[in-house]
Design a protein around this ligand. Sequence first.
Ligand code: FES
Ligand SMILES: [Fe+2]
Length: 413
Amino acid sequence: MRVLQRRFLGSAWFGVCGSQYHVWRCCSDLRVMTDTMTMPSLDQILAIYDEQAPLAEASTIPAPWYVDARIGELERLNVFSRTWQLVARTDQIEKPGQFVSMMLAGEPIVVVRGNDDVLRGFYNVCRHHAAAVVTQPCGKTTLLHCPYHGWNYGLDGSLKGMPEFEGVKNFDRGKNGLVPVRVETWECFVFVNLDPEAQSLQEFLGGLAPRIAPLGIGKLHHFDRKTYNIACNWKVFVDNFLDGGYHVPHLHKGLNSVLDYKQYTIENEDRYCLQSSPMVASVEDAATGATRKGGRAWYFWQYPNLMINCYAGYMDTNYVIPVDADHCSVIFDFYFSDVSEAARAYNEQSVHVGNQVQDEDLGICEDVQRGLKSRAYGAGRLSVRREAGEQLFHRLLAADLRNGARSSNVAAD
Ligand code: FES
Ligand SMILES: [Fe+2]
């Protein structure tokens, strides 16, 4: 072990510099920085975070969790493949034959409403030679037709026909339908879960559903969608959302002008966090004041990657999709109580206000991702007043990743 420098640091952690790991290790009461040139194991990286620490003593999850591709793969398998993920709106697939397709945790998926009015989900993978059967993101059809060699599947996933397949022996058409995945709906949202053993959507949502019910989001109508591609880990975006308004007075002057920041509240429940603030009339920002109205602002987050933001007559959902360790996409869907032509200009102004806030968040998230890769940073402390939501997120994530790592270690033994 080559000792480069002795330092007293707050806790033992790993810093990341490019592809090399500089490892800070606890050595009695001295922290000794060593340059091992050896990449720490996944178990070592997972062990750095202490989820038992009370908020006043807690740190964030450590920097390698935001930059290491192995953590990303562990998340894909144990978070995104095992939780209910928002894939569509009910209004996109309300008629028989309507479908949506998407990638979920690396898997091609299609959700389609059958002629019997039942919503079904399938792996969008042809049983012949694995081509995507559905190639459009959404649409309406009577048959699921594979473009490669022309196999046809019914809306219920059953294999209907295979051209030029006469003479093939021991082939059971009944066993070669599309492979199903679980689909459930809540309010105006369609969710998929790749885990056949997962709890129901209602159980997964837990307290979120009754907490949001009085806001009547089912009466709102979809108006617009924006997708942001951000050069940061998906968790940086979630952390930014869950800092209890900490960044709002500094980063979002317009938004801050309609919130009573001192009265901002943070409620943590099983798998969701509600941040809420009384609203005040804005004297500084007319556009924000005109489009962000009501007695309270409601900001819900459901583990791991869904946010639902509500004001009077308004909702936007933010769905965060990991791309790789350094990139994510965030889909914003905007809903309003009135989507008539007469309300269009107002709704467009409201979406524009949302875009401005996102542009402000986007810049800081990309800055943070660069900082997380610096040798100067390992983990950060949390504000007791503001950042309880982040701690809930980090604890839930740590539990899922450790369970996942444990099961793969057991499987490997
Ligand atoms: S891969 Fe679909 S028909 Fe061949
Ligand atoms: Fe923000």
